[in-house]
Design a protein around this ligand. Structure first.
Ligand code: GLU
Length: 163
């Protein structure tokens, strides 16, 4: 793989909670720490683009994500993103040429023990090196095409859309 471009947009993966108020803020990206901790054997560049819960992303934010990708020549792109509107963003990143674009996130903050962040990032890094050009959502150990997946909010997981 050539250098991996990593764009972070916020979401629960980067959330920091303050127990006293049960309040949170979206902190600095966790992905760089995770890749360093597991001695990732590839080069990467992290662009900390946004720090938003994905329910608050606007169409201007999504345009910004798209234009940021366009401004870089990287063929391999990984985006960390909140899970609630990850699929919507993925749908808007089509038609970007030869790029392999993978979106992932976490249902629990990376700072929490038992978080799915490391699992999802590992799956996403593997996927981005293996897939054909296009846009993919990687969650729950699967590589999904955006129009074939949905988030099941009751069960807090991603699942195939019924045919
Ligand atoms: N509202 C959150 C978001 O989409 C859901 C939790 C998450 O990030 O997975 O940012």
């Amino acid at each position: 793989m050539d250098e991996l471009l990593i764009i972070t947009t916020g979401g629960t993966i980067d959330k920091v909670y303050f127990d006293a108020k049960s309040d949170y803020e979206v902190g600095a990206p966790e992905i760089g720490k995770i890749l360093a901790a597991f001695a990732a054997a590839f080069s990467y560049q992290v662009i900390p683009l946004l720090r938003k819960d994905s329910l608050e992303l606007t169409s201007a934010d999504r345009q910004l994500i798209r234009s940021t990708i366009s401004q870089h020549a990287h063929r391999h792109v990984l985006i960390t993103h909140g899970t609630d509107s990850m699929i919507e963003t993925a749908m808007q990143l089509g038609g970007m040429g030869d790029r392999r674009i993978v979106l992932t996130g976490a249902l629990n903050p990376a700072r929490f023990q038992g978080s799915d962040a490391v699992f999802n990032i590992g799956c996403a890094v593997g996927a981005v090196q293996s897939v054909q050009a296009g846009v993919y959502v990687v969650m729950n150990g699967r590589v999904w095409e955006p129009h074939k997946v949905r988030k099941n909010r009751a069960q807090n997981c991603f699942e195939a859309l019924p045919d």
